[in-house]
Design a protein around this ligand. Structure first.
Ligand code: HEM
Length: 450
C-alpha cells in the first residue's frame, strides 16, 4: 500500500515562499543537497505550489516510459516563444507533429548534414586563426553558439544568416529564455503586460525572433519545391483527413522550436567539453592521441565516427556532468505511484538529469570527470535510466543523433588545430537557467597546434 503524498519528506522553507528563494539562488547545489538529505522523492514547497523532485532512475523510467501518457508538459511560461511546437505540445497534436518531423532526423539525412557542419566549423576556425595570432582571448561559448546556430539554420532551413543577424538572434533567444526560466520560481513578479524595462526587452526580443522566423517561412513559401529539408516538410505537409496545410502559426512554432532546441544545448555542451579538457590534461592527451591515430590531422567524416571511441566517451561524460536540460517538469493527469508514495492528479513532478547523473548508488565519485565510465562494458552494467541527458521514452529528444554528430564532427576539428586553455582570473561558474551553461561568457585562450 503506497504512502500518502503528505508523507513525502522535504524541506519546509520559509512561510509563504517555501524553498523558492533557495531554488532561485543556487539551484544546482540546493537540489543535490536535498537529494542527499531526503532521498529519491522530495517534496518542495514553492509558496502556492508544490513540486516533487523524482531522482531515482526507476522513477525516471516510470515517468518517461512506462506511464508517460500520464505525465504531460505544462510549459506555459514558454507559450509565447514556442507556442504549440514539438517541445511544448501534448497529446494527439504532439504525436501528429512528431510523426511529421521525425523523418527530418533519419540517420541517412543527418549523415548528409555532416558536410555543412564541417564547412561552418571551418569558417569559425578561420576566425580563431586571427585570435591566436593576436593572442586575443576568445569567448568560446559565444563562438560555439554562433556556430551551432548557423548549422541548424543551414541544415534544417537551407538558408544562411549573416554573422550579425546570427549574433542578434542568438542573443535574443538567450535573453528571452533566461528571463522565462527566471520567472518560473519567482513569486513576486509584475505581469507581462506591464511596461517594465524587463518586459519591454522581452517583447522586443520576441519580435526580433518572430521577424526572422517569418522571413524564413515566407521566403520558402515563395520558392517551394527547391529544397529537401525540414522547412519544406512543414510548408508542404497536408492533413491526412482535411487536406489542409499547416497554419502559418503552427509552422512558426515548429521553426522557432527547432531553431532554439537545436543550437543552445549543443553549443553549451561543446563549451563544457573545452572547459573540462582544459582542466583534465590526461583526458585531453588521450583524445589528441586518438585523433592523431584515426584522422592524422584531416577533418572527420561520418565514416570515422565509430573509430573515435574515446571522443564519444568524452562527450557522454560531459553530458553526464553538465546536462544542458538540468531540470524538467511534468504534470500528472491521473494519480500514480512513485517509489513508496502515491501522487495525486495535478501534482507537478520535476526531473533533474543533473541530480540523477550524480546519484551515488549509480555514479561512484560522481563529481569527477572520468570518460571511462562510458566504456561499453561499464555502460552495459548500469541502470539505463541513470543517464538521461536527452531524456527517455516517446518524448526523448528528437535531435539527439543530430547533436551527437555535430559534436563528434566539430570537436576533432577544433582540437587538431588549436590548444584551448583556461585564462587565470576567469573562473567558470555554472549558470542554471533555461539551460546549464559555463557562465554568461567563457573567456579562453586559443593557440595553434604545432
Ligand atoms: C546536447 C544537445 C541536446 C540535449 C542535451 C537535448 C536535450 C533534450 C531533452 C532533455 C529533451 C526533453 C525535454 C522535455 O521533456 O521537456 C529534448 C527535447 C527535444 N529536443 Fe533536444 N537536446 C539537444 C539537442 C537538440 C537538437 C540538436 C535538436 C534539433 C535539431 C533538438 C530538438 C528537440 C525537440 C524538438 C524536442 C522535443 C521532442 C518531443 O517532445 O517530441 N534537441 N531535448
Amino acid at each position: 500500500m503506497p504512502l500518502s503524498v503528505n508523507a513525502i519528506p522535504g524541506p519546509k522553507g520559509l512561510p509563504g515562499v517555501g524553498v523558492a528563494p533557495r531554488l532561485l539562488n543556487d539551484p544546482l547545489d540546493f537540489l543535490l543537497r536535498i537529494h542527499r538529505h531526503y532521498g529519491d522523492l522530495v517534496k518542495l514547497p514553492l509558496g502556492k505550489h508544490t513540486m516533487y523532485l523524482a531522482v531515482h532512475p526507476d522513477m525516471i523510467k516510470r515517468i518517461t516510459q512506462e506511464n508517460w501518457k500520464n505525465y504531460i508538459k505544462q510549459y506555459t511560461t514558454m507559450e509565447d516563444i514556442l507556442g504549440q511546437g514539438l517541445v511544448t505540445s501534448n497529446g494527439d497534436h504532439w504525436l501528429r507533429q512528431r510523426r511529421l518531423i521525425q523523418p527530418a532526423f533519419h540517420h541517412q539525412r543527418i549523415t548528409q548534414m555532416a558536410t555543412v557542419m564541417v564547412e561552418e566549423a571551418e569558417r569559425m576556425l578561420e576566425r580563431w586563426e586571427a585570435y591566436a595570432r593576436h593572442r586575443q582571448p576568445v569567448d568560446i561559448q559565444a563562438e560555439l553558439m554562433l556556430l551551432a546556430e548557423k548549422i541548424i539554420v543551414r541544415t534544417m532551413f537551407s538558408t544562411s544568416l549573416s554573422d550579425t543577424e546570427a549574433a542578434q538572434v542568438g542573443k535574443a533567444f538567450n535573453d528571452t529564455l533566461n528571463w522565462v526560466a527566471g520567472q518560473q520560481f519567482r513569486l513576486l513578479q509584475p505581469p507581462r503586460s506591464w511596461p517594465t524595462p524587463a518586459n519591454r526587452r522581452y517583447y522586443r526580443n520576441l519580435t526580433l525572433l518572430e521577424r526572422t522566423v517569418y522571413r524564413l517561412i515566407n521566403e520558402r513559401q515563395q520558392r517551394q519545391g527547391e529544397h529537401d529539408d525540414l522547412l519544406e516538410m512543414l510548408v508542404s505537409a497536408r492533413d491526412a483527413d482535411t487536406g489542409e496545410p499547416m497554419s502559418p502559426k503552427q509552422i512558426r512554432d515548429e521553426v522557432m522550436t527547432i531553431f532554439l532546441a537545436g543550437h543552445e544545448t549543443t553549443a553549451g555542451t561543446l563549451s563544457w567539453i573545452l572547459h573540462l579538457l582544459a582542466h583534465y590534461g590526461d583526458s585531453e592527451r588521450k583524445l589528441r592521441a586518438e585523433y592523431a591515430a584515426v584522422l592524422g590531422g584531416r577533418n572527420p567524416t561520418p565514416a570515422d565516427l565509430p573509430q573515435l571511441r574515446y571522443s564519444r566517451m568524452v562527450i557522454d561524460e560531459t553530458l553526464r556532468l553538465y546536462p544542458p536540460t538540468w531540470l524538467l517538469t511534468r504534470t500528472l493527469v491521473g494519480p500514480d505511484t512513485l517509489g513508496d508514495y502515491e501522487l495525486p492528479a495535478g501534482a507537478t513532478v520535476a526531473l533533474s538529469p543533473y541530480v540523477t547523473h550524480r546519484h551515488p548508488a549509480f555514479w561512484p565519485n560522481a563529481e569527477s570527470f572520468d570518460p571511462e565510465r562510458f566504456h561499453p562494458e561499464t555502460v552495459a552494467g548500469r541502470h539505463k535510466f541513470a543517464y538521461v541527458p536527452f531524456l527517455s521514452g516517446p518524448r526523448q529528444c528528437i535531435g539527439n543523433n543530430f547533436a551527437l554528430m555535430e559534436m563528434q564532427m566539430v570537436l576533432p576539428m577544433i582540437l587538431q588545430r588549436f590548444h584551448v586553455s583556461a585564462i587565470p582570473g576567469y573562473p567558470v561558474r555554472p549558470i542554471a537557467k533555461a539551460t546549464l551553461r559555463p557562465g554568461p561568457q567563457q573567456w579562453m585562450e586559443v593557440r595553434k597546434v604545432g
